[in-house]
Design a protein around this ligand. Structure first.
Ligand SMILES: O=C(CO)COP(=O)(O)O
Length: 214
């Protein structure tokens, strides 16, 4: 299972969380990674934790003031990027352009979507993976795998119809090892989570709990 921790702009210490991700990754067969804010990518990557961006822009080198260039993100140490997170929604053409920009810079991509229909469209763009996250469950602590298992199973089916090689993650409210196991039982290849680790008093203990049953 792939466990990707999105730090959003939560007021946690990104380096401390990254060190916990790195250390817990060494204890498990699961793949752990962390997605800090853009300005923290370099320091987080230097810890040795697998580091992802939360967003890059569908642009090339040039006159693009205030944008995040895929090559810069890769140079800073990221190996992949989220695309179209629920809190950073893009138009379809820009999702496609972002996946292309990331491929150009050798970044893996996880395209996020709200529901199975969008997951099918996202899978058609050729990302490394897609992630289904019902927005109404994000940050609630109620795991999508319990509150809406059908959305996960339907997302897995929708992606498989389009491209069986595209892995499906699920996210929203995931915070325990049981949630991760439930996600796997529904066919997900991983989970995308944030508050369960970023807002935990002890992020390392939270990560250890997440991977304990795997
Ligand atoms: O948005 C999310 C991960 O990208 C999910 O957030 P929570 O884990 O806080 O529900």
């Amino acid at each position: 299972m792939f466990v990707l921790v999105n730090l959003k702009t939560y007021p946690c210490d990104p380096v401390a969380v990254a060190e916990a991700v790195r250390d817990v990754d060494e204890t498990t067969d699961a793949r752990l990674a962390v997605a800090p804010a853009a300005t923290h990518i370099e320091r987080v990557a230097e810890t040795g934790a697998e580091t992802w961006a939360q967003h890059v822009d569908p642009i090339d080198h040039g006159s693009n003031t205030g944008h995040a260039l895929a090559e810069h993100v890769a140079d800073a140490g990221a190996v992949g990027t989220l695309v179209n997170h629920s809190e950073r929604r893009l138009k379809l053409a820009d999702i496609d352009g972002t996946v292309r920009a990331a491929q150009r810079a050798d970044l893996e991509t996880i395209v996020c979507a709200n529901n199975p229909a969008q997951i099918g469209a996202a899978a058609a763009l050729g990302p490394y993976a897609v992630a289904v996250e019902p927005p109404e469950l994000i940050g609630t602590g109620t795991p999508v795998s319990q509150a809406d298992p059908d959305v996960v199973e339907d997302a897995v089916a929708a992606a498989a119809d389009v491209d069986p090689d595209v892995s499906v993650l699920c996210g929203a409210g995931i915070s325990t090892g049981d949630d991760v196991v439930a996600a796997g039982d529904l066919g997900a290849g991983g989970v995308l989570l944030a508050s369960g680790v970023a807002k935990a008093d002890d992020p390392k203990a939270a990560l250890e709990d997440l991977v304990a049953p795997l």
